[in-house]
Design a protein around this ligand. Sequence first.
Ligand code: UDP
Ligand code: MG
Length: 168
Amino acid sequence: MANQATLILIKPDGLKKSLTGNILTRLSETKLEIVAAKIARASKELAEEHYQHLKDKPFFKEIVRYICGELHNRRKVMALIYWGEDAITKCRQLAGSTNPEEADPTSIRGSYGRITTSGVYENVIHVSANEADAEREIKLWFQPDEVIVNLYPTKEVAGKERKIKTWA
Ligand code: UDP
Ligand code: MG
């Protein structure tokens, strides 16, 4: 099996419940390499793009609000890229099923997830489902310079004279 990359998001409920350490410890069982990591804020546009495959579902609006942090008053996620052999299967296995009540109780979602009274699966973590999704999602959440390996082809574009912020 060739090396794969997967996007992991610790969702706003995972951050609010102080689960970052626990989740990263669980994921370290995979022996995969972390090749990018940051705290990021999902705009509505980014969230809608991220969940575009679910845009016709009745719960779409709620999961967009969820990943943006509006349900937890915590407008951030931790975004990471895990890389190595069979990364997607390994991470999805540790994450467990989408529905936290159906997830293996020892999995991350089984241990820490819940279903809200309005029916949203608050399952503390996102893991890309397959290689095509992983590539699409990684390109949404990260720029090439933020990743320490070359995952996908890049191109150089002439910098339009644009101001960048630096430390004063
Ligand atoms: N979700 C939900 N109810 C559903 C299906 C999905 O609340 O019936 C939420 C859940 O938080 C899930 C996310 O929408 O993680 C994305 O759904 P997907 O089917 O992509 O599941 P995943 O790949 O996250 O396991
Ligand atoms: Mg998915």
